[in-house]
Design a protein around this ligand. Sequence first.
Ligand SMILES: Cc1ncc(COP(=O)(O)O)c(C=O)c1O
Length: 383
Amino acid sequence: MTFDFDTVIDRAASDSRKWRKYAGRNILPLWVADMDFAAPPAVVAALHRRVDHGIFGYSAAMPSLLEAVVGYCAGHYGWKIEASWIVWLPGLVTGLNLAASAVGEKGDAVLTATPIYPPFMSAPRNMGRETIGVPLVPRADGRYEFDWPAMERAVTPRTKVFFLCSPHNPVGRVFTRAELEQVAAFCARHNLVLVSDDIHCDLILDDLPHIPVASLSADAAARTITLLAPSKTYNIAGLACSLAVIPDTKLRSQFVRSMAGIVPEMSPLGYAACEAAFRDSEPWRQALLDYLRGNRDCIAAFLQDHLPMIKLTPCEATYLAWLDVSALNLKNPGLFFEEHGVGLADGVQYGAPAGQFVRLNFGCPRATLTEALARMKRAVAQA
Ligand SMILES: Cc1ncc(COP(=O)(O)O)c(C=O)c1O
């Protein structure tokens, strides 16, 4: 089966948040993490079938959906979960906020490794908790690692939760079994609840396995809330369908209690899309990964040939390139590239120092990416 990722679909006139940001301006939006590709054909067909039914009342997850999720976790990661461990959520930012409020009390702290997807830092604060960010450290090859001595120094008696992003947005790491074992041991030693946001786990570009941290041991399972969603991989973020997997009964009921009266019902279209994504879209996903690898390699080659002062952090997973632009000596690189027609996310939003990084979303047709890179080259030539 072949799938088309090359055709440029016009989103400028659509309700896309990514494109609306620059409505009426000639700026290619490569910021927020959704892709400019149509969802898998199986997902679109399932949505058509559900729409044709014509009734959109309150919905519940069907047994076939639960089977699809359980089967996906077993088939993709060898992780045996039970349907009763699943808590449906409209989004994973909601999940991060709920997890922050479900554990401990106001005044407690949540630890995370930075740079990081911004809600990891804001969710604890929203819930009256402190966020403690410990910088990841780059190795000689540019891959980032945890700084264990700094993590040990940063943890306080009031730290109750560790927020892990696995694989990591924005630095693109797929953590190894040894690293995840260290994370689990750290959480056990300090009695932390481990919230593992695995939203990017089906977007691994290198030949590396995704290991759910909760699958490592009985202790890791008991202290972990794993956040999963088909939204990034199958490009259905707007359909608001995500889930938490919480094996421990007590932790699950704490989490569910924190949802009461606040979190809305799931939509029937979200459920339909989720089931088709997890059960029927593997050939599309494999084709997507090939295309994204091509895009990543295109960025690497372009930078080497035309912009060697910009360094691409090795991108093992995600469609998000973390670019070190510190050699350009710009105060606000996000704004600079925006003024030259490319809408990137500035690293400051992720807790990186000012002037050093931008994040580029390469989940787009190659033609869009090539044009964006050409604009970046012209921008740097004019700087
Ligand atoms: C690590 C991570 N978690 C959560 C989200 C967003 O989740 P949602 O749209 O389900 O709230 C993103 C989006 O980019 C993300 O990168």
